[in-house]
Write a protein of this length. Sequence first.
Length: 717
Amino acid sequence: MSGTALYSNSWHRVSTLRPRLRSHIHIHRHVYRGEVWYVMQDQSNGEFHRYTPEANLLISLMDGRRTVQEIWEIACGQLDDDAMPQDEVIRLMAQLHRADVLTTDRAPDVRDLVERRKRQRMQKIKQYIGNPSALKMPLVDPDRWLTRTLPWYRWLFTWVGALLWLAVVAAGTALGAMHWQTLTHNIWDQVFSTGNVLAMALVYPVVKAIHELGHACAVKARGGEVHEIGLMFLLLVPIPYVDASAASAFADKRWRMLVGGAGILVELFLAAVAMIAWTQLEPGLGRSLAYTVIILCGVSTLFMNGNPLLRYDGYYVLSDGIEIPNLGQRANGYLGYLFKRYALGLRGVEAPRATPGERAWFVGYALLSFCYRMFIMFLAIFIMAGQFFFFGVLLAMWALFNTIVMPLWRLGRQFYADPQIQAHRLRSYAICALCIAGIVGLVGAVPMPSSTDTEGVVWVPPTAQVRAPVAGFVRARQAVDDAPVGLGAPLMALENDELIRRDAMLAAQVDEYQARYVQAYAQNQVQAAIMRHQWTSLQTERRAIQEQVQAQQVRSPHAGRYVSAQPEDMTGRYVQRGELLGYVLTDAETVRVVVPQSSLERIHRSLKDVRVRLVQDSGQEFTAQIAREVPAATDELPSLALSLQGGGSIGVDPRKSQEGRAKSSENLFVMDLRLPEDAPRAYLGARVYVKFSHEPRPIALQAYDAVRQMVLRQFRF
């Protein structure tokens, strides 16, 4: 090591100090990816700091008796070539000083202490403004209570507790799979109903309290301390929280993972218990609350707490599992290094300390977590705005400020304060300007594919339907499926023995009353009139029965192509009168599609082509043509298959819907699309996915269209 790198011109400022750690500092030895690190725990504020073995050697020698010069000389003697240069020692002491864990033999600088407290208060105020959920109100110290009750819950963190948890969650999962259709039926209308929103507001704090209690119990079960429990405010809703930071001192990563994932395990257990209760209870308040718990715990675990791409419980479990502490911040720092090194071309920038495996995690996690945060943000905004427009707008403004405006502001400040960037100011500014111009151009000028997605049904007019004219057994299938037939061509032969017997009986009765009428005509005119009336009635009834007997031969109502409603052979099957037997099609199939009123303008303005995919065969796509458009808006769906209840995506207003007639909650326009001749014929009446492709437009204009459609839909324009 060269003398220039080893010594510092500022060394005389600190060399005579006699530093020592404060009494509330504890140091723990951890191993991350085969490397030894030392974690410093500040018990006064629950903060943790991580140091290398070289830095820890220096820290361990700070006993208040040795000077910094003596400490450094001892470290150099033990570390040889790995000894820390004097500049790094100065930086280490500055870090310890800022963390308020170091004291020296000199009197403290009162002005420095006051300034430090001011900076800490301002930092908290900025944190609260930037993230209102960071506002915390400590209430009690639960450590003594957790210690007294430890024998009651310690067993939950043994194999017995694990098996109990696994059994309950497995049972709840199995029941959820069995009742999946019922569980997800009309889910959004149920979740955002007025009563359920109130229930969620009341149930969520209770669920969150049990969640946080799980963290606290896990810490205490390992021997840690929990000294703070209180409330934080999320969108003005008080939510319990627990300070479980003591788990960071655990040397065993499995216990750190257990503490981090305890809330997830608790919520999964609650969801499973609620699922069991939901399947057993009758409709009422209890069943409604159980459903609310299922939704809250399921959504929270899947999209929020359990997802490591967000900075919640799943993130800490992943970070401990892969042994990369502070994964998110280090990943962002590594991307910043890559940008400065390769985008700005700064060769002198120092690479963050990381192994090859950690570098791959940094790049992947930074990119994926950013994309997922954007996805969750926009999903929450659109869901909230669709149900509660005013709150959705407020949420959008707050989210955009915190996820885009503030990060860009902080990035800009770091950019202008970075000495390496300022040393090559012109080149760095030019490259950044080109990057910004490229992003703006990509978003605002480069045309990108654009489409409107909706759903429809393969529509068959009532005149093309062939229905059973009488009830009976299918004796023979006389027409080939998907083959041309002429007017009156035989399609299917039915057989109803009851009709034949009834026809024979009526024939005998007609002959009998005809003979009676002839006999009475010569003897008694009044009696003859009665016989004639009965004879005429029997003849009328027999003609109706004969028509039904003849109708057993099902014939084509017109020329066209016959398509059976049942692909399998129906011979021997009993059919009811009016049951659908097939279709006689005269033209290519038609898809009747519904388009939201807010999307109609885009279709009229920039339609390029229309593509259709059948739900049963979504891998095959067909090009369709618009055959007809109904000019007036309607709220009636062409088929129940398009509703949420029928598997579609359109919400139904139960207040307007009647038996067999589904009406949507918004105005729709109906279009008929003509399918090509080679489209499959076996999916008549089935639901289809329809994509109206538009002329390519920049992303910014597409985003404007999406927001405009949401506003139009909200205000029913």
